[in-house]
Design a binder for this molecule. Structure first.
Ligand SMILES: [Zn+2]
Length: 253
């Protein structure tokens, strides 16, 4: 029973604690190549947030991790069976209700702890920030906290070496043998502007990748996953700690 995980703790503990920071893990439910579970992004978001919160909590930071939202924006995967799409406008509505609750109860800091590349919360934060001026709302992509280059040989966009390694470390029973995995080969847009990164369009996933993966998973290992997970959790803990310990008048330097 971890006092910084809301789904595990209880009213007896909660009513005696003045929480200063809430963390909302946000995942997705989608195919991850042939070999990883549909809940990969949920498992990652919950686990990295929990470990970051544990490290911060042990330094006296009053942080609470909320239950994960399991569905992400999957508009580009509409034809992949049981990829469950949650539209950005629905995400805004959910976020509104969570923020409304925290605001009313005096927990004025929230991190939306994102695990899925197609979830974007910047506009929601702008809109809700106007409506709830006491709240400090922010978002982070845990998978960008640490440079993958120092840990992995192949760059991972989706279900590749990084995600496979992390899930091998966290929930090895949920990973099929790598001999079952596809190679994660993926196409890019033919448009130069998009290759250069200054123009954007949504990718139709099934036109881009055969096995739903984007990134080769074959060099993944639980050891690599553990190292990356721990390095990431450490940085996440530092972020949580800074958010709580930095006085509002010193927010900008
Ligand atoms: Zn993923």
């Amino acid at each position: 029973m971890r006092p910084y995980i809301l789904k595990e703790t209880n009213w007896k503990a909660i009513r005696e604690t003045k929480f200063e920071l809430a963390v909302l893990p946000w995942g997705a439910t989608e195919a991850h190549n042939y070999h990883l579970p549909y809940g990969t992004d949920i498992i990652e978001a919950e686990s990295v947030a929990a470990e970051g919160a544990r490290i911060a909590w042990e330094k006296g930071v009053k942080v609470i991790v909320l239950p994960a939202i399991p569905f992400g924006v999957n508009t580009g995967q509409f034809d992949v069976t049981l990829d469950i799409n949650m539209n950005p406008s629905t995400q805004l509505a959910i976020l509104h209700d969570v923020v409304d609750t925290l605001n009313r109860q005096g927990i004025y800091k929230l991190v939306i702890f994102n695990s899925h590349g197609a979830n974007h919360f910047n506009n929601a934060i702008r809109e809700l920030g106007l409506k709830f001026p006491k709240m400090f709302l922010c978002t982070c992509n845990w998978f960008k906290a640490v440079d993958q280059k120092g840990f992995f040989e192949n760059k991972d966009d989706h279900a590749g070496e990084m995600e496979t390694s992390v899930i091998m470390h966290l929930t090895p029973d949920l990973v099929l043998p790598l001999t079952e995995a596809g190679d994660g080969a993926a196409k890019t847009f033919a448009y130069t502007a998009m290759q250069e990164g200054w123009a954007w369009a949504e990718r139709r996933w099934t036109a881009v990748t055969e096995d739903t993966g984007v990134g080769n998973p074959y060099k993944a290992s639980a050891e690599k996953g553990e190292k990356f997970f721990n390095a990431t959790a450490q940085k996440v803990a530092e972020f949580f700690t800074q958010l709580v310990q930095t006085p509002e008048e010193k927010r900008y330097i």
